[in-house]
Design a binder for this molecule. Structure first.
Ligand SMILES: [Cu+2]
Length: 273
C-alpha cells in the first residue's frame, strides 16, 4: 500500500472544497431570505460609468440590461440589471478589458455546429479578455470566470456588489475601454442550455449556449451628478431586490449538473497549473 503523497493529500482537500458549492446550490431550492448582496454604502466621490446592455448580434437573445460602475480608486461598486435572459440558468458576467472596448458585431460570428453565432472567443477581439468576474460572493478574479454557483441564475436579475478591482481594470474603466458582458444564451429557444451550437471552446463539457455572450455594453463615463445612478436610493433598491439572485428553485438540479461539470473543469485547470 502506497503512502499518500503531500500532493495527493492536497488534491483530496481541494476536491472536498469543490463539493461545497454543490451543497450551496441545493440550498437554492429552499426560498431563504438571504441578506442583501450589497451592503449599504455611500458611493459619494466616485466617478460614474454606465453601459446599456444590448443583445449580442446573431445570438438570438431577446433580453436587455443596464450596468453602472462607480469607481473610487480601485474600489468599484458594480450594478447590473438584466431582463429576459434564459431563466433558471446561471449567467456568468464579467468586466472585459484590453480589447477594442466594444461589443462584437454580426461579422464576428462564426459557424458553430452549422449555426452562425458569436461565442465568447469570437467576441474577444471586440471586448477583450476578462478583467473582473462579477460574482455574487468570494473571488472576483478571472479565475472565477465560470464559477457558476456564484453568478445570478435567473433570467431577470438585479446585481450590486462593491469590490476591489485590479489597477488595470480601474484604468480600463477610466479609459472607457471596459465592457460588461453577461453570458448564457438560448439560441434555439427551447428553454435550456443545450448543444445546438456544439460545445463551448472554454470547456468541451459545457454547451456553447452556456458560455456564449448574451448581452453586452461598453462602459462610458457619465457627467458628475448625471443620471443619478449609484446614489443611495439606487443602491437600496438594488439591494432590496437582490433575492432575485437566488430566487427560484426551478432547474436547481440542472444548475447543479452544470456546476458539477464546471467544478471538474476548474479541478482540471488547477491540476494543470
Ligand atoms: Cu465575460
Amino acid at each position: 500500500m502506497r503512502h499518500r503523497t503531500a500532493a495527493g493529500l492536497r488534491l483530496e482537500q481541494a476536491m472536498n472544497k469543490t463539493l461545497l458549492p454543490l451543497v450551496g446550490i441545493a440550498a437554492f431550492a429552499i426560498p431563504l431570505a438571504l441578506p442583501a448582496v450589497a451592503s449599504a454604502q455611500s458611493s459619494s466621490g466616485g466617478a460614474n460609468y454606465q453601459a446599456t446592455l444590448d443583445p449580442v448580434a446573431t445570438n438570438m437573445v431577446d433580453g436587455s440590461g443596464m450596468a453602472t460602475v462607480t469607481l473610487s480608486g480601485n474600489q468599484a461598486t458594480v450594478s447590473v440589471t438584466a431582463n429576459q435572459l434564459l431563466d433558471a440558468s446561471p449567467h456568468a458576467q464579467h468586466i472585459h478589458i484590453k480589447g477594442a472596448g466594444e461589443c462584437p458585431k454580426a461579422d464576428a460570428a462564426h459557424d458553430h455546429n452549422g449555426h452562425k453565432a458569436i461565442s465568447t472567443a469570437d467576441g474577444q477581439p471586440a471586448y477583450g479578455p476578462i478583467g473582473t468576474s462579477l460574482t455574487t460572493k468570494g473571488d472576483t478574479s478571472p479565475n472565477s470566470a465560470l464559477a457558476i454557483d456564484r453568478f445570478p441564475s435567473t433570467g431577470s436579475f438585479h446585481y450590486t456588489r462593491t469590490m476591489t478591482v485590479t489597477p488595470d481594470v480601474a484604468a480600463a474603466v477610466r479609459a472607457n475601454n471596459a465592457v460588461i458582458v453577461v453570458h448564457g444564451i438560448d439560441y434555439n429557444h427551447n428553454g435550456k442550455y443545450d448543444s445546438v451550437l456544439g460545445a463551448s471552446e472554454l470547456d468541451p463539457k459545457l454547451p456553447q449556449e452556456a458560455t456564449a455572450p448574451a448581452i453586452c455594453g461598453a462602459l462610458n463615463s457619465m457627467p458628475t451628478g448625471g443620471a443619478g445612478t449609484g446614489d443611495g436610493a439606487t443602491q437600496a433598491a438594488a439591494g432590496g431586490n437582490s433575492s432575485d439572485l437566488i430566487a427560484t428553485g426551478l432547474g436547481a438540479a440542472a444548475v447543479a449538473a452544470l456546476a458539477g461539470t464546471l467544478i471538474l473543469r476548474r479541478r482540471n485547470a488547477a491540476a494543470q497549473r
